[in-house]
Design a protein around this ligand. Sequence first.
Ligand SMILES: [Mg+2]
Length: 194
Amino acid sequence: MVIVGMKKILIDVDEVICNTTFLYYINEFLNSNYKLDDFSNYYLDEIVPEDRREEFYDFYMSHDVYEKSELIDGAYDGLKWINDNFEVYLLSSCIMFNREKESGKLFADKYNFIINKLPFLNPERIIFSNVKNMIVSDIQVDDRLKHLLGPVKDKILFTAYHNKNISNEELSKNGIRRVNSWDELVNYLKEMYF
Ligand SMILES: [Mg+2]
């Protein structure tokens, strides 16, 4: 059901709704024990020695990459509330750089994860695109700054391991606010729109 006048909100999936399993498979592959807190750079795979990276991507892609994924704290209840009060669109990229031909399975893995874990969301409002900046909406939540530079009015950066060092100054220069959790996100939306 779409209630006329409901605000549209775009919500990213990876590192906003759920954690990705990239690091899990890196640890499996390298027999290591890295934690997300060990990283401040987005590209976790750079920890894999360069001469083994293609082998690692094969290993990673041979799994359902969402099987070990978990919802981020508060995401289920937060999304449920948002879904009752806004027109929710998930906006997520699925194409892996240099693995474009095999990336179809990433769309499928992500879609299956979403509809199984978040059955109250409307599957018709899932948008898979690596080009997020061209989509117009009232509100957008993402963990990557580069995805928040489009024509959306209210832009929200969701804190993740790789964006902690982005200064408030840089965010405000781009008209972006930061939230650190689903509680903060829901509280902000309640204050701002109700
Ligand atoms: Mg993300």
